[in-house]
Structures are given as C-alpha cells and as structure tokens.
Design a binder for this molecule. Structure first.
Ligand code: TMP
Length: 216
C-alpha cells in the first residue's frame, strides 16, 4: 500500500457552479496560516501531460466520446497526476488540495454515464494503490442553481452542455458516496451564505489539523 504518506490529501467535489474555486482559495489560506505547505491542483489535469488530456475531455468539439473512453482518459490523467504531483507532494509532507478526484469519476462516469461502479473501483484499486483522500468537502446545491452560475462564466464545456437530468444523477451519485462514507465526505450546503459555507469548511479542516498534530 502506498498510502502511508506524510501529508494530507484533501479533495473538493460537487456539480458545476457550486463555488469550488472560491472555497479552494479559502482552504488554502487557512492551511497556510496553520503553517502547512499546500499544493493546490485539479482533475482532470494537474501536470502538463494530464492537462493535455483534460483539454480533450472538456472540448465540446470532441463529442461524441464513449463513456468507456471518457473513463479511461480520466484515469490516464489521474495516473500522470498521481505520479508527477500528488505522491511527491504527500511524501514530502505537503498538504494537497485537489479540485475533484475519483469521487467525481463515480459521480459523473458512474452515476451520470451509467458505467458499472465495479469497473471504476478496479481502476481505482490498480492506479491509486490504496491512496484515498483524508477529507473530501462535497459542496452540494440544487442542480439548477449550479448550472445557472456555471452558465454565466462563458462558453460551456463538453460536460456543462449535458442535460439537467445528467446533473441530477451526478448530484445523487455524490450524495450516495457521502452517505456511505460520512467519516471522509463532509456535505456542505453550497446554497447557503458564503460565510456559513466557510464556517463549516473551516470546522472540518480544523478537525483534520488537530488529528494530524495529535499524530505527530
Ligand atoms: P471543472 O474542473 O471545470 O469542473 O471541469 C472538469 C469536468 O470534468 C467537470 O465537468 C467534471 C468532469 N469530471 C468527470 O467527469 N470525471 C472525473 O473523474 C473528473 C475528475 C472530472
């Protein structure tokens, strides 16, 4: 198993438009002020090669793409990202804050596209070698609210062009993971005021910082 790492791995998840970027900036500030080295990254992407794969995945001109191809490209990007950035950072004791990770694959390619979760689980076991996030913040909001916010950001990418029902399945997929793994996945209502959202995120981070200090 390769998960005996020094640093902590934190992921942030949710459908489009739930405010991941704003809250990643908040989390990074908070962890840095606690004296941690923080590496901020994203999926798909995070290394030059993985960003090239990301460009293909989000390009609306690269449609159609079969769900299986989409799944394999997500994991190809993830394998590069793990090897080139996530593992080296965690091994030297940095805290990694990642915008999406494998929960997104279960939610989008699994619940959204209908791929059997066993296939995703097999890739996860193979490529992650036991590594899973120590904490996942799931920003949850009504699909309509999220898509309206995402729509204001400019041209829609290949995923953002999906129909509402797709995002309903993705949201339900995320909530299902949170229900099964309440210790790791913390659901935060992204439709409440930003101060309230950040107060809750701050509490979850404080608990992880405390746990890490106690283990030192
Ligand atoms: P975003 O980073 O702007 O949210 O765009 C990335 C898109 O990729 C987003 O629509 C979710 C999607 N995605 C998957 O479908 N599966 C995955 O495993 C990941 C990491 C992202």
């Amino acid at each position: 198993m390769k998960d005996e790492v020094q640093g902590k791995f934190i992921t942030i998840e949710g459908i489009e438009g739930v405010g991941k970027s704003t809250n990643i900036a908040f989390m990074t500030r908070l962890l840095r002020s606690a004296g941690k080295e923080v590496v901020v990254t994203r999926e798909p992407g995070g290394t030059p090669f993985a960003e090239r794969i990301r460009a293909l995945l989000v390009d609306p001109d690269c449609d159609p793409c079969t769900p299986d191809t989409e799944l394999l490209l997500m994991f190809a990007s993830r394998a590069e990202h793990l090897a080139g950035k996530i593992w080296p950072a965690l091994e030297r004791g940095a805290w990694v804050v990642c915008d999406r990770f494998t929960d997104a694959t279960f939610a989008y390619q699994g619940a959204g596209r209908g791929i059997e979760s066993g296939h995703i689980g097999a890739l996860e076991a193979w490529l992650q070698k036991g590594l899973r996030p120590h904490l996942t913040i799931l920003l949850d909001a009504d699909v309509q609210i999220g898509l309206e916010r995402a729509g204001k950001r400019g041209e829609l990418d290949r995923f953002e062009r999906e129909e509402l029902q797709f995002f309903d399945r993705v949201r339900a997929g995320y909530l299902d993971i949170a229900q099964r793994e309440p210790e790791r996945v913390k659901v935060v209502d992204a439709s409440s005021a930003l101060a309230r959202v950040q107060e809750q995120i701050g509490r979850h981070l404080a608990a992880l910082l405390e746990e890490a200090d106690a283990a030192d």
